[in-house]
Design a binder for this molecule. Sequence first.
Ligand code: CMP
Length: 138
Amino acid sequence: MERTLSIIKPDGVARGLIGEVIRRFEKNGIRIVGMKMLWMTREQARGFYAVHRERPFFDSLTKFMSSGPVVVMVLEGENVIEKNRRLMGATDPSKAAEGTIRRDFATEIEKNVVHGSDAPETAAFEIGYFFNRFEIVA
Ligand code: CMP
């Protein structure tokens, strides 16, 4: 059993896509074991995306991620990191496969509706960034 962190980004929340994203997770056998809504400060967004701090899009990305509320979730299931990435589609919506969340709802690489951890190590860091052990149901 594996866990991963999912974020419905400010664009997804503002556009009323929370239910749609959750529906896709549940329909695909992914279990939600932690969930909350929060509004990140710029500093919290910088900390979360620290691996990208040298990238040209870092300032814009952290500004966007702290521009409104997000929904953060801990997802659980077999191979759930990869499964969630398949449901999301490629980071760039124009390259995302048919039927994926980003292909269906996103129009630009930054405001791409959802985030998902890309590996077990990043999942552990990202889950720990937002959730303590009492906030994750066993
Ligand atoms: P996410 O999966 O949250 O990881 C990093 C985020 O940076 C990415 O989704 C996009 O929202 C954003 N981003 C903006 N520009 C780029 C880019 N050129 N390459 C990758 N990610 C980008």
